[in-house]
Design a protein around this ligand. Structure first.
Ligand code: ATP
Length: 512
C-alpha cells in the first residue's frame, strides 16, 4: 500500500476509535485545529507523564513549572518573536494556494535525495552481494550528477536563508522549476515574511487595551521565571526547568493532520549552565533525549538527527530528532544551544539583573541554556504511525492492530466475561474493581470474544483477560497478549504484578 494511503488510514482510524477529531466538526471544522477524544486524551496524558517523570523524577536538578499563556507583550519583543518569528511565504496565482518558500525548496532537495537512493537501490539489486555502495556513490555518473545538483542547491538555499534574502528564495524556486502541486504552474508571487504569532487584546476599555500575544512557545515562561525558581528552589547551576503547555502559531501551511497545528502542546526543558560548557551539555542532552525516544522500542532505524543549517537568532548549535513518518523523516523534537540570548535580552528589556553567583568560583554570570523542545502532538502522531498495522492472519482474516508501547496505551487491560451469565460478569466486575486503582481497564461483554479481541487490538490494548467457567472454580483467567495473540492461564491474584512489570510508566522509566 502506498505510504500516502497508509497515512489516510491512520487519520481515519484516529477518528473512528475516538483518538483525534477535527475541531468544531459539526461546523465543518477549523483549519489545523484538532480535539483529542476519549482514548486520545488518555494516550496524550501518558506521553506527557512519560516525559515529565523522565525529566523531573529522574533528575535531582530539574524542577517543573506551569506558567500562564498570556504574558507581558514586551517579553515577545525581547525574545525576538515580534520582529523575527516569521516564515517566508509565497502564493501561486493560479491555484491561490499559499506555501512556505523554504519548505518548497526543502522538498526539492529531498527529491534529489530520493533520486540518489533509487539509483543505489537499483544497483544493489543488480550487483547483489558484491555491491560496494561507497564506491558506487563515488563513481556512478548519475549519482554524481544528482549529488552535485543537490549540494549546489543546498548551499544556495542555506545562504539565502541565513541572509534573509527573499528575492533569492524566489529565484531558487524559479530556477529549480518548482511547480505548485495543485495548479501545476510556476506562476508565483514574490516571497514575503509572515509573522506567526496570534494576537489579541487585554483590558476592558478601548483606551487601556493592550495588545498581547498567545505564546508561540512555552520557553519564555521558563526564562522569565528563572530567578523565581533559582532563588526559591535554591537551585545550583547546572539545573533545569521543565514545562508542558499549549503554544499557538498561525502556520501558513497547515497540513498532515496533527503534525502541523495552529494550537498545539509542547514539552520544553531549559537547562541552565555555565558559559563555555554548552557544547558538552548539548552532546549529553542529544544522547539523553534520543535514548528517551528509543526506549519506546520502535527500533533505532526510525530516528535520526538532523543538524540545522540555519541557526535561529538565539542559537549556537541546534539539531532535530526526526522520526520516520509515512511522509518521510520529520522533526519531532528540537535540541538547541540557546547561549545566554534570552536571559540577556530579558535583563536588557526589564532592567533587572538575571545573574547567577557561582559560590565555587566567586563569579557572577548570565547562564547559558540548552533547550530540549518536543511537540506532544507530533510525538502522538509518530507513535500512531509506527504502531498501526493491518495484519493478515493465518485463517485468512485481517486484523487492524495498534502496537502501542504498553505504558502509553490508553487502555491497559480489557476484562471480558466469556458469556453474559453464570456469574461470569460478576467475577469480571470484581477483577476490574480491584485493578482500576492501578490501571485503566475496560469491561466489555458485548459480541463474540473474537470481535471483542479485535476491538481491543484496534485501540492498542496490550492485554485482555477472559473470565470463563474455570475461573469460578480455580480463580484463574486467560491473559491474552495483543502482539503475539498468545494466551496463558494466570491466577487473578497475580494479574496486578504481571501488568505492573510491562504497562506502567515506571517500567519504561527504569530502562532509561
Ligand atoms: P517546524 O520547522 O516543523 O515548523 P520548528 O522547528 O519551528 O518546527 P520548534 O520551534 O523547534 O519547531 O518547536 C519545538 C517542537 O514543537 C517541534 O519539534 C514540534 O514537535 C513542535 N511543533 C512546532 N510547531 C508545531 C505545530 N505547528 N504543530 C505541532 N507541533 C509543533
Amino acid at each position: 500500500m502506498a505510504q500516502e494511503d497508509v497515512f489516510k488510514k491512520i487519520v481515519a482510524h484516529c477518528k473512528e476509535y475516538g483518538f483525534v477529531f477535527p475541531s468544531s466538526e459539526i461546523y465543518d471544522g477549523l483549519g489545523a485545529v484538532y480535539d483529542y477524544g476519549q482514548l486520545g486524551v488518555e494516550m496524550k496524558n501518558n506521553i506527557k507523564t512519560y516525559w515529565w517523570q523522565s525529566m523531573v523524577l529522574l533528575h535531582n536538578n530539574i524542577v517543573g513549572i506551569d506558567s500562564s499563556i498570556f504574558m507581558h507583550p514586551t517579553i515577545w519583543k525581547a525574545s525576538g518573536h515580534v520582529d523575527a518569528f516569521n516564515d517566508p511565504l509565497i502564493d501561486n496565482r493560479d491555484s491561490k494556494k499559499r506555501y512556505r518558500a523554504d519548505v518548497l525548496i526543502e522538498d526539492q532537495i529531498a527529491k534529489y535525495d530520493e533520486k540518489i537512493e533509487k539509483e543505489i537501490a537499483k544497483a544493489r539489486k543488480r550487483f547483489g552481494d558484491s555491491f560496494d555502495e561507497e564506491k558506487y556513490r563515488a563513481t556512478s555518473a548519475n549519482v554524481l550528477e544528482h549529488t552535485a545538483k543537490r549540494d549546489a542547491l543546498h548551499e544556495r538555499f542555506k545562504k539565502a536563508m541565513n541572509d534573509g534574502d527573499l528575492a533569492e528564495l524566489k529565484q531558487i524556486i524559479l530556477d529549480e522549476e518548482i511547480v505548485c502541486p495543485i495548479s501545476g504552474t510556476r506562476n508565483w508571487t514574490d516571497v514575503r515574511q509572515f509573522n506567526l504569532m496570534f494576537s489579541t487584546e487585554m483590558g476592558s476599555t478601548a483606551d487601556s487595551n493592550m495588545k498581547i500575544y498567545l505564546r508561540p512557545e512555552t520557553a519564555q515562561g521558563i526564562f522569565v521565571n528563572y530567578l523565581n525558581v533559582q532563588k526559591t528552589g535554591r537551585m545550583k547551576i547546572p539545573f533545569g526547568i521543565a514545562q508542558i503547555g499549549k503554544a499557538f502559531r498561525n502556520e501558513i501551511v497547515a497540513r498532515q493532520f496533527i503534525f502541523r497545528m495552529r494550537e498545539f502542546e509542547q514539552m520544553e526543558m531549559q537547562f541552565f549552565i555555565k558559559p563555555g560548557t554548552e557544547l558538552d551539555w548539548f552532546a549529553k542532552w542529544k544522547k539523553t533525549r534520543m535514548a528517551w525516544h528509543q526506549a519506546l522500542g520502535f527500533g533505532a532505524d526510525h530516528y535520526r538527527f538532523h543538524d540545522h543549517d540555519k541557526l535561529a537568532h538565539y542559537a549556537n548549535a541546534a539539531t532535530d530528532i526526526e522520526f520516520l513518518m509515512p511522509f518521510g523523516f520529520k522533526e519531532v523534537e528540537g535540541i538547541h544551544s540557546r547561549t545566554n540570548f534570552d536571559l540577556s535580552q530579558h535583563e536588557k528589556y526589564s532592567g533587572k539583573s538575571i545573574k547567577y553567583f557561582d559560590p565555587e568560583t566567586n563569579e557572577s554570570y548570565t547562564p547559558y541554556v540548552i533547550e530540549t523542545s518536543i511537540g506532544v502532538d507530533r510525538m502522538f502522531l509518530s507513535i500512531m504511525c509506527a504502531s498501526y498495522e493491518e495484519q493478515a492472519l493465518e485463517n485468512g482474516e485481517t486484523r487492524t492492530v495498534l502496537h502501542l508501547p504498553a505504558p502509553l496505551a490508553p487502555v491497559k487491560l480489557a476484562i471480558l466475561p466469556l458469556v453474559k451469565k453464570d456469574g461470569l460478569p460478576e467475577l469480571a466486575h470484581s477483577i476490574q474493581d480491584e485493578l482500576k486503582f492501578h490501571f485503566n481497564c475496560q469491561y466489555d461483554e458485548k459480541d463474540s470474544i473474537g470481535k471483542r479481541y479485535r476491538r481491543q487490538d484496534a485501540i492498542g490494548t496490550p492485554y485482555c483477560v477472559t473470565v470463563d467457567h474455570q475461573s469460578l472454580e480455580d480463580n484463574t483467567v486467560t491473559l491474552r497478549n495483543r502482539d503475539t495473540m498468545e494466551q496463558q492461564r494466570v491466577n487473578i491474584a497475580d494479574l496486578c504484578g504481571i501488568l505492573s512489570d510491562t504497562v506502567s510508566i515506571t517500567s519504561i522509566l527504569k530502562t532509561l
